[in-house]
Design a binder for this molecule. Structure first.
Ligand code: PMP
Length: 340
């Protein structure tokens, strides 16, 4: 019988999907790794599993223990999924700017959700720092103890991608891959995949696709962490070099605006059947730029990080988009053309 012993075994082994329009316009083969097909609906299931397995392996996470994390949502959803399957509790600290869909999902999963104002990392009340302090307190108070997942600086995160996402991309393309790009939240995906691919073939080009408002495009092009502008995308946009990003072999950097990424998201939904979140739009836009830089005939892989259903109230909401002066999907304006 071909079955999984539990939901955890269903994490990973996602398909690579050819992106037709992106491939045709560049003359390259552009493939998206369908991470939205993970059981928790995002690429972060892999990091959550790797972090929990590492903590259990080190003896830090005890049976019935608590997992505490500061997250834009997807890591929390992944942690709650793995925790629920294995009998741990989850406490999530989330900035109040994140989509209602992700917050609702975390509550449905039974996670303890603490919404806090979104303040910069330099502020002691930043959600990441708050979650670290909370974990320290719960480690003393809770009978089974608590751990801080610490996805940004816990390199078990990128190790998970080094062990799974990267090798899956290598075997999925039969080694015929010339470039890889994605955006960075923690950097676990980009660094882990980059390290795995470079170990197989040092000529594979690795590019970071950075949204406006993040500081990494500036860092990888000028050595300085500087940011300007903003993005409605969630889960990405980093202002510092996290431990996961340290020494990541990154060759190229692209800065992608929402105006460039959103039409791609809308187009993939309407013409290719792929309903994706905003970070996937940044990733595919970056893959198109990388394809243009490498020239026709190359194979580029990127990450389809999560589903657009997670952002219905924002990404596919014409009122919200108009309030931000952003492009609106054409079909949201269309009246039904067929009478019953
Ligand atoms: N896209 C989405 C939708 C995410 O939630 C995240 C993680 N926060 C990322 C991309 C970035 O992944 P990573 O943390 O591995 O850099």
């Amino acid at each position: 019988m071909n079955s999984a012993a539990n939901v955890i075994e269903a994490i990973g082994k996602t398909p690579l999907i050819r992106l037709r329009h992106a491939s045709e316009t560049t003359g390259c083969t552009i493939l998206g790794k369908a991470e939205f097909m993970n059981p928790g609906g995002s690429v972060k299931d892999r990091a959550a599993l790797a972090i929990i397995q590492d903590a259990v392996g080190r003896g830090a996470l005890k049976p019935g223990g608590v997992i505490v994390e500061g997250t834009a949502g997807n890591t929390g959803i992944g942690l709650a999924l793995v925790a629920n399957a294995l009998g741990y509790k989850t406490v999530i600290v989330i900035p109040d700017t994140q989509s209602q869909e992700k917050k609702d999902l975390l509550r449905l999963q039974g996670a303890e959700l603490i919404e806090v104002p979104a303040v910069p990392y330099s502020d002691p009340n930043n959600y990441v720092k708050l979650s670290g302090r909370l974990a320290e307190r719960l480690a003393k108070e809770h009978p089974a103890g608590a751990i801080w997942a610490n996805q940004f600086d816990n390199v078990a995160n990128r190790q998970g991608h080094l062990d799974t996402t990267g090798p899956e991309i290598w075997t999925g393309t039969e080694g015929k891959i010339d470039g890889f790009t994605c955006a960075v939240g923690t950097g676990g995906t980009l660094a882990g995949v980059a390290l795995a691919l470079k170990a197989k073939n040092a000529n594979i080009k690795i590019a970071i696709s950075d949204p406006l408002g993040a500081a990494l495009y500036s860092y990888y092009t000028s050595g300085e962490l500087k940011s300007a502008g903003s993005s409605i995308t969630e889960g990405i946009g980093q202002g510092r070099i996290t431990a996961n990003l340290q020494d990541a072999p990154i060759d190229l950097a692209y800065q992608i605006s929402d105006e460039e990424a959103l039409p791609i998201v809308f187009d993939l939904a309407e013409h290719e059947g792929l309903l994706l979140g905003g970070s996937s739009g940044i990733n595919v836009a970056g893959a198109i730029r990388l394809a243009k830089d490498l020239g026709p005939g190359h194979t580029i892989v990127t990450i389809l990080a999560d589903s657009g259903a997670r952002y219905q109230s924002k990404l596919f909401n014409p009122e919200f988009l108009r309030s931000k002066n952003l492009p609106v999907p054409a079909w949201t304006e269309r009246k039904p053309s067929i009478k019953p």
